[in-house]
Design a binder for this molecule. Structure first.
Ligand SMILES: *Cc1c(COP(=O)(O)O)cnc(C)c1O
Length: 438
């Protein structure tokens, strides 16, 4: 077979809806044809044409050590030789659970699942079961996977399609969901005043990173914590992106705000399909087999996936990985800020640790979904393709963040800044949607 990337994607469209297994991969927001990937290593991915790209997508978050890290590949290979799945307790899941409990504030027990969606879905059921209440509160622009009740005002994939929610979700399924704006203290307090006694849980991405990077005021998170405690509602931190990326204790440790339940995914699986939710023993005792909240999974706690997660967290711990990532994040900020200041369009960088995002047509980083300029999508499409043509891969949507991994060297970050500089220089004012004003 000598078919190239485009041939493979044509075939993909015949056999996979939209040619993909997850929608944003289809380049719907930026147009064009996504490269079909053959292999990846370190900070680079290579497509079926043999073209190599410097990758800042990192499989959308999991690959904090970079692609195909030799020690992870080794851990997975060794685990696979001992058995692909047992359907019984195994050492790796016990060790990973112990690691999570020792790393993350305020939790005592962990249940493993196979995706972030599954973790959130189970956490919500647990919260309802533990409190005996029905209402779930979420924030506009926060994405929590694709469970029906949370598929309202849910961020990137959906923002990208300009839809507030999904077809196929009956209104009755979202009747028990309340949606608040991020960064709005008053609306939060009002909702608790009127419905506080019915609220089972409030779920939030403490570092909202699925609709741009909408970094919150620490006092907003503290207010949320206080309101939940006062009204007997559980606070769920969806740390599927931030967990083990900001540090061992995730956003909870970063902000000094401890949730009642935390959900994990992405980094915790080291590139394998792993999710988890965790809480105190008092809350977790409601979960089957101890309690009446049912939750199960054939491949949950899978030994091969657990081995990848364990090896990833071990390397991060042993190499001071999070400190290194913060240093690289600072370096990226130092390089990108002047590039953006010199750009013919207004643009602002948001960053926390190794997560970064550029918002277009904005002078300050937005803190809520509504604060993002709708023109950003169109502006970004051109920039995205110009970068890709020069071998730099950012995510194919203006609403998706970028990730630095430990495989990204300073030279890689230099290359991102230099390439972005060239691309922005080439934008002429008449096509930029806004005049250069300096
Ligand atoms: C990615 C993500 C999810 C969903 O995880 P999947 O593994 O894609 O199902 C849930 N919550 C957050 C915050 C995420 O970033």
């Amino acid at each position: 077979m000598t078919d190239g990337s485009a041939d493979w994607f044509a075939k993909a469209q015949q056999f996979l809806p939209g040619g993909v297994s997850s929608p944003v991969r289809a380049f719907g927001a930026v147009g064009g044809t996504p490269p079909v990937i053959r292999s990846a290593s370190g900070a680079e991915i290579t497509d079926e044409d043999g073209r190599t790209y410097l990758d800042f997508v990192g499989s959308w978050g999991p690959l904090i050590l970079g692609h195909a890290h030799p020690e992870i590949v080794e851990a997975v290979s060794e685990a696979a030789k001992r058995g692909m799945s047992f359907g019984a307790p195994c050492r790796a899941e016990i060790e990973l659970a112990e690691t999570v409990v020792h790393s993350y504030p305020g939790i005592e027990q962990v249940r493993f699942v196979s995706s972030g969606t599954e973790a959130v879905m189970s956490a919500v059921r647990l919260a309802r079961g533990a409190t005996g209440r029905d209402l779930i509160v979420k924030f506009s622009g926060c994405y929590h996977g694709h469970m029906d009740a949370l598929l309202v005002a849910a961020g990137s994939g959906l923002a990208t399609f300009g839809r507030p929610s999904s077809e196929g979700v009956p209104e009755n399924f979202t009747n028990l969901t309340r949606v608040l704006e991020l960064d709005d203290d008053e609306a939060l307090v009002d909702l608790f005043r009127t419905e506080g006694a019915r609220i089972a849980a409030v779920i939030i991405e403490p570092v909202p990173a699925n609709n741009g990077l909408l970094l919150q005021r620490p006092d907003f998170l503290a207010l949320l914590r206080a309101q939940c405690s006062e009204h007997g509602a559980l606070l769920i931190f969806d740390e599927v992106i931030s967990g083990f990326r900001l540090g061992a204790g995730g956003a909870a440790e970063y902000y000094g705000v401890t949730p009642d339940i935390a959900t994990f995914g992405k980094v915790i699986g080291g590139g394998m399909p792993v999710g988890a939710f965790a809480s105190t023993a008092d809350v977790m005792r409601h979960l089957a087999p101890l309690g009446g909240v049912y939750q199960a999974g054939t491949l949950s706690g899978n030994p091969v996936a657990m081995a990848a997660g364990l090896a990833t967290l071990k390397i991060l711990e042993e190499t001071d990985g999070w400190q290194q990532l913060e240093a690289r994040g600072q370096y990226l900020e130092i390089l990108l800020n002047p590039v953006l200041e010199a750009a013919p369009i207004e643009a602002t960088l948001s960053r926390v640790g190794s997560i970064f995002w550029i918002t277009w047509h904005a002078a300050t980083p937005p803190r809520s979904a509504g604060a993002i300029d709708v023109a950003a999508g169109e502006t970004y499409a051109g920039i995205f393709h110009a970068l890709l043509a020069r071998g730099v891969a950012l995510a194919p949507s203006a609403y998706e963040v970028g990730f630095i991994s430990l495989a990204h060297s300073r030279e890689d970050i230099d290359q991102l800044a230099a390439t972005l500089g060239h691309v922005l220089n080439d934008i002429r004012p008449e096509t930029s949607g806004e005049a250069h004003d300096s």
